[in-house]
Ligand binder design. Sequence first.
Ligand SMILES: [Zn+2]
Length: 318
Amino acid sequence: MILDNKKASRSVEINLDGSRAVIAVAFACAIAAACTGRSDSGTAHPQVAPAPRLRVACTITTLCSLVASVGGDRIELHGIVPAGASPETFEPRPDDMVALSGASVLFENGLGLEAWLARLIDAAGGAGLRIETLSDSVPAADKASGNPHLWMDPVYAADYVATIARTLESADPQNASVYEQNASIETAKLVSLDGWIRYHINMIPRDRRAMICFHDAWLYFDRRYGIKDVGAIEPLPGQEPAPGSFARLIALAKANHVRAIFGEPQYSPKLADALASGANIAYVTNLYDDTLGTGGVAADYDSMMRHDVETIVGALRR
Ligand SMILES: [Zn+2]
């Protein structure tokens, strides 16, 4: 899917299957009702309006995937940062204001990930907009580092799902039982994913469980699954490594026998490539963390995590 110039498609891209059709049908019905207001026989006919869906916005595609799973067909979901873009370097566009101004609920990650969001809310947030910070779902002691990438640990992702369900149930009590049921299905998937990841990470010999990544998105994942987080090239995307840190990272890679450096498709490969050459290790280009993939790869949270784990295991087992 092409993302750069397709803001209009972003809100449907992350919806569940069929929602594009639902929107189109609802729109056509609204037009027909507005234009005719009568049946073919000319008899006044009460219009049966479809129940309006709760309008929800979310910041990044990985979180939107969890929101979509819980909200199902009861919400109309608008994702702000498109797939393939970095939330840390994102700049909102005017049409994001339009979408946010009509939303009842906004899910953000927090912990400094969406530095641009406060301005967008000031410009567009309606008085009734309820803002839910999903990183608040995780106990303070677990996130003392301040690193925002909590969702990369499926156990924390399950905490996010519980918060999403609670929020939607409170904003739209009529559909509370649907949200509750969807959340329990998604939570069961996350529990199963956690077991699947453990099984596959165990295939990597213990002394090879070490990673260097492009940016520091893997702290919680590495901690959960016993992988040594040796470091990241950029502290945040767009922030060049501090002087001397590149040479230190090469030395750390050698000292820890790191077998691969993991990059992400949305970032320039230049630095990762140089590090891989300097440390004489493999460069793996395609991990996803802040964003889902494009073109059908890593299209939702579950498939993103499975793709990543298969990629990591493949690179570190060699
Ligand atoms: Zn990030």
